[in-house]
Design a protein around this ligand. Structure first.
Ligand code: NDP
Length: 285
């Protein structure tokens, strides 16, 4: 039997409706309009599309959007100056710096310059630490979306064997941490993992965040397992595909997320939610 599809697009739409409704009440109830500043350095086409989509989503939800585009030749000092300015701007409750940055800029220095109170991506070391301690303020958007998708199935996470493939700071590690806090038994796989297919086959939940089209094949998935595909890969014909061989794996899995229409839309919904939460926290102060 074919797996049930976890429809990220539909889930994200529902979430975005709820977020939009709440945002509409905020000027009246709290005297604020949430604001998000997106910073894009250089002209990487994929990054430009991501920023455009995030800005559009903000506009639709009633979030005040600011977009800052800097040329690829921008110096680190210039970028830092902009971030200091955004940290101090009371109209802005969330700052997102689109990655990757050009190689002459130290990404760590930039991410650490963003105020932890406005770090809606959850990449600042203070927020990473809070996440590890199990007391997060901002949960990174993609990992937060992954957990939301798992929860939407009604399946419990506690006690399950979870295998996360990929150990990046923005996806793999935070997803693993969130699953651990929800009492899964978690294994993180990476490029040096021995017998990765054997490890993955033990999983009740597989999260694929590798960046390689169709990496997860049906022989790597236990019958009935839940498979969450974070990957976004562009094929030679221009089509987008995930890290999971969807057509084959759906015959083994119990639940599966599609690409496109899976984790991607959830990531944007979570960004809106983090911005809303940030604005509410600041209004309280
Ligand atoms: P990174 O390139 O930072 O990390 C990839 C990870 O995959 C690394 O840990 C790497 O291992 C591991 N890996 C690579 N090749 C292999 C292999 N042959 N066997 C086992 N492990 C391997 O990627 P990201 O985490 O940033 O992104 C992963 C994917 O998710 C990408 O397709 C990206 O586009 C997508 N993405 C999607 C988002 C969304 O909103 N849906 C948001 C963010 C990312 P090692 O550490 O050993 O090198």
């Amino acid at each position: 039997m074919s797996a049930s599809i976890i429809d990220g697009k539909a889930l994200a739409l529902t979430l975005r409706d709820t977020i939009t409704q709440e945002i509409q009440t905020l000027p009246r109830t709290r005297g604020i309009t949430p604001g998000l500043a997106a910073v894009l350095v250089g002209d990487d086409p994929a990054s430009a599309v991501y920023v455009k989509n995030k800005k559009l989503a903000c506009e639709k939800a009633g979030i005040y959007p600011q977009e800052h585009r800097l040329p690829a030749s921008t110096t680190q000092e210039n970028l830092l100056r902009l971030i200091v300015q955004l940290n101090a701007d009371s109209r802005i409750h969330g700052i997102l710096v689109q990655l990757p940055l050009p190689s002459h800029i130290d990404t760590k220095v930039i991410l650490q310059a963003v105020s932890p109170e406005k770090d809606v991506d959850g990449f600042h070391p203070v927020n990473v630490g809070r996440l590890v301690e199990g007391d997060p303020v901002f949960v990174p958007c993609t990992p937060k979306g992954v957990i939301h998708m798992i929860d939407s199935t009604g399946e419990a996470i506690a006690g399950k064997r979870a295998v996360v493939i990929g150990r990046s700071n923005i996806v793999g590690k935070p997803v693993a941490m969130l699953l651990l806090h929800r009492h899964a038994t978690v294994t993180i796989c990476h490029s040096r993992t021995k017998d990765l297919p054997g490890v993955a086959r033990e999983a009740d939940i597989v999260v694929a965040a590798i960046g390689k089209a169709h990496f997860v094949t049906s022989d790597m998935v236990k019958k009935g397992a839940m498979v969450i595909d974070v990957g976004i890969n562009r094929l030679a014909d221009g089509k987008l595909t995930g890290d999971v061989d969807f057509d084959a794996v759906k015959e083994e899995a119990g639940w599966i997320t599609p690409v496109p229409g899976g984790v991607g839309p959830m990531t944007i919904a979570m960004l809106l939610q983090n911005t809303l939460e940030s604005a509410k926290r600041m209004a309280k102060k």
